[in-house]
Design a protein around this ligand. Structure first.
Ligand SMILES: NC(=O)c1ccc[n+]([C@@H]2O[C@H](COP(=O)([O-])OP(=O)(O)OC[C@H]3O[C@@H](n4cnc5c(N)ncnc54)[C@H](O)[C@@H]3O)[C@@H](O)[C@H]2O)c1
Length: 379
């Protein structure tokens, strides 16, 4: 049967522009879908670089003005892969233009912006998703399956870290290409929106809503030169954040994130302790799930190191043969596959804008708590 075209307008040609383009190219080869992604247009401000990007990935056309992209009637879906301060304006305009929207995380700069974005997609009735891709690493999806099957029993603890070390040098400028993450005007926050947001999305997905937080943040380097203007300016982002939180299910949460953990590049780890079983996962060893089951015979009881590569395990039946693992980029392929399946079935594949608003609320509560030195209820 002929597939229905899903014509994509990609905005942004950086890290995520590449990760998503790769996913669109691969998905139809590995998943049996009603829709087939078509790389219709790529958009970024610099004509030479967007042209090179389009040629490399096979986009049929280019635009240098994202508003022109939204005016085109040969685009079904817009993929927003630009710095955080542009998400709201682009998403609202895309919704008004009746486009399906896939938006990078965090949803917005803050909750107020996120609410406007949710209202816009609701009003327009357009399908939407936010790219919290770690949900779709097979070992993490397996963790969700095991929790949903009730294997952990009552959950007591959830802990997660996301540690990096790339901003330790005081000579690193802020702002502009690649370094917009250090500029509060472009990023909205530092590690909270960039890294913790991933941990929080996964935590809410696995362990339910977070109800209150108490947090501390620190900005270790107080001033940096701006890459575009050359001016030395105060740094407005949080370089590190640590928090305690309570979940609605009664469990306690502990999270830490920093870009100052020398030696760690992308150490996202999570652990869940339930009354019957515990689980651990580590992004740097992403195809493994560590699982401890107290019901095991005591003389052989211990942590199982589950190599998530079997066809029975989430997504793996679509790839190679048992024992052969997949990697980071496949989480994006899975996101596209789930989104397109949801579109065909009329059932949204999360996280939607509304789901991601919950993560945004927790991020805002973290920053508020750190600023005021108090526990903050998540709205
Ligand atoms: N899901 C994840 O794991 C993950 C990982 C990295 C980044 N992100 C998110 O993805 C988004 C983009 O991050 P990135 O790492 O790809 O950034 P990047 O700096 O690599 O790329 C940003 C792109 O946006 C383009 N751009 C900037 N302003 C534009 C405009 N006005 N019109 C059109 N294009 C414009 C730039 O030219 C560049 O191509 C951010 O929201 C970030 O938080 C998510």
């Amino acid at each position: 049967m002929a597939k229905k075209p899903f014509r994509i307008g990609m905005i942004g040609c950086g890290f995520m522009g590449r990760a998503h383009s790769n996913a669109y190219c691969k998905v139809a080869n590995f998943f049996d879908l009603e829709y087939e992604p078509i790389l219709q247009a790529a958009c970024a401000r610099n004509e030479a670089s967007v042209k090179a990007f389009a040629e490399n990935w096979g986009y049929a056309s280019i635009e240098t003005d994202w508003r022109k992209l939204l005016e085109r009637d040969d685009i079904d879906a817009v993929d927003i892969c630009v710095p955080n301060n542009l998400h709201k304006e682009m998403a609202i305009a895309a919704a008004e233009a009746g486009k399906i929207i896939l938006c990078e995380k965090p949803l917005a700069m803050n909750t107020a912006e996120g609410e406007e974005m949710c209202a816009a997609v609701d009003k327009a009735g357009v399908a939407n998703m936010v790219w919290y891709n770690y949900r779709r690493v097979p070992a993490v999806t397996l963790a969700k399956q095991l929790i949903d099957e009730g294997r952990l029993g009552r959950v007591f603890h959830y802990r997660a870290n996301f540690l990096q070390d790339w901003t330790i040098s005081a000579d690193l400028p802020q702002g502009g290409a690649a370094l917009w993450r250090l500029d509060v005007a472009a990023a909205g926050s530092g590690v909270t929106g960039d890294l913790l947001a991933h941990c929080i999305d996964t935590a809410i997905w696995l362990n339910g809503p977070i109800t209150s937080v108490t947090a501390m943040t620190e900005t270790f380097i107080k001033e940096r030169k701006h890459q575009l203007t050359g001016e030395v300016q105060a740094v407005g982002i949080d370089d590190a954040a640590a928090l305690l939180c309570r979940f609605a299910n009664g469990s306690l949460g502990l999270f830490e994130s920093t870009r100052y953990a020398r030696g760690h590049k992308a150490l996202y780890t999570l652990e869940i302790n339930g009354e019957n079983a515990s689980m651990q996962w580590d992004l740097e060893d992403l195809h493994r799930l560590q699982y401890f089951d107290h019901a095991d015979d005591s003389i052989i009881r211990g942590w199982r190191n589950v190599h998530v590569s079997d066809g029975d395990q989430p997504y793996m039946g679509n790839w190679w043969v048992p024992g052969l693992q997949i990697g980071y980029e496949h989480s994006f392929v899975h996101a596209v596959a789930d989104f397109l399946k949801g579109l065909a079935a009329g059932v949204p594949a999360g996280p939607t804008f509304r789901d991601s608003l919950e993560t945004q609320k927790v991020c805002d509560a973290i920053l508020k708590s750190a600023q005021e030195g108090v526990w903050v209820d998540v709205g």
